[in-house]
Design a protein around this ligand. Structure first.
Ligand code: SF4
Length: 217
């Protein structure tokens, strides 16, 4: 159908937990609620917000990451009884099946993007989350090492700080979901800006301003 109406036809694709921080894994929320500074900046300019999926909720057992937790007793056992090297292939197989889930979700999102673009909408950008194994734009987390360090700490009876543990394992590279999304966009020659939001920046207000500026809104 071809009708004209008053809409501006502009949108951003926003990382799920910038709108809904309750999707973040236990212990790693970076604020109390939605990312209001960033959201307000889009609302003020009548830019629509498309929420990206939270693949960790889909693949790792919801908000509590119950699937992920199932691994910890196995790794703790491996640490205790010295078969930790055997854990690597198990972890890699599980992460590879998670990567496939993320790839499927990425394809669905790029299908939606193509639809909007065909219909004359403008996608101002995609915003990911640069501290995440799943949604990092330029970063990923070494998950095998993360799980090992977590199990070693639990085995030793040490208190675990999930934020510090996450940031310690942060490295350059392709994350599970955003990496697949960028790859799928490249395959289909979609030239859309992708920006990594830094949730642990000193000021979330300044970080939001940085992101909006990069989008040239
Ligand atoms: S960074 Fe991605 S995977 Fe992690 S909570 Fe946010 S949306 Fe979910």
């Amino acid at each position: 159908m071809d009708y004209q109406d008053i809409r501006l036809k502009k949108m951003v694709f926003l990382n799920h937990c910038l709108l809904n921080v309750d999707a973040r894994g236990p212990g790693v929320a970076f604020r109390r609620g939605p990312s209001s500074e960033l959201i307000q900046a889009f609302l003020k300019k009548d830019i629509n917000i498309v929420q990206l999926p939270c693949c960790e909720c889909l693949g790792w057992g919801g908000a509590a990451r119950k699937e992920f937790d199932k691994f910890l007793p196995i790794i703790t056992h491996a640490v205790r009884f010295g078969w930790l090297p055997l854990f690597n292939p198990i972890a890699k197989a599980s992460l590879s099946s998670y990567d496939s889930l993320c790839k499927k979700e990425a394809v669905k999102v790029v299908d939606r993007m193509e639809d909007y673009l065909r219909e004359g909408f403008t996608i101002c950008g995609v915003i990911g989350m640069n501290d995440s194994p799943t949604c990092g734009v330029t970063k990923k987390v070494n998950m095998v090492e993360y799980m090992k360090q977590m199990a070693i700490a639990i085995h030793a009876g040490n208190a675990v700080d999930p934020v510090k543990m996450n940031l310690d394992q942060l490295m350059d590279g392709k994350s599970f979901f955003m990496g697949n999304l960028i790859e799928e966009m490249r395959k289909r020659s979609l030239d859309i800006k992708v920006i990594g939001f830094e949730p642990w920046a000193e000021s979330l207000e300044a970080e939001s301003e940085r992101v909006v500026k990069l989008l040239n809104l």
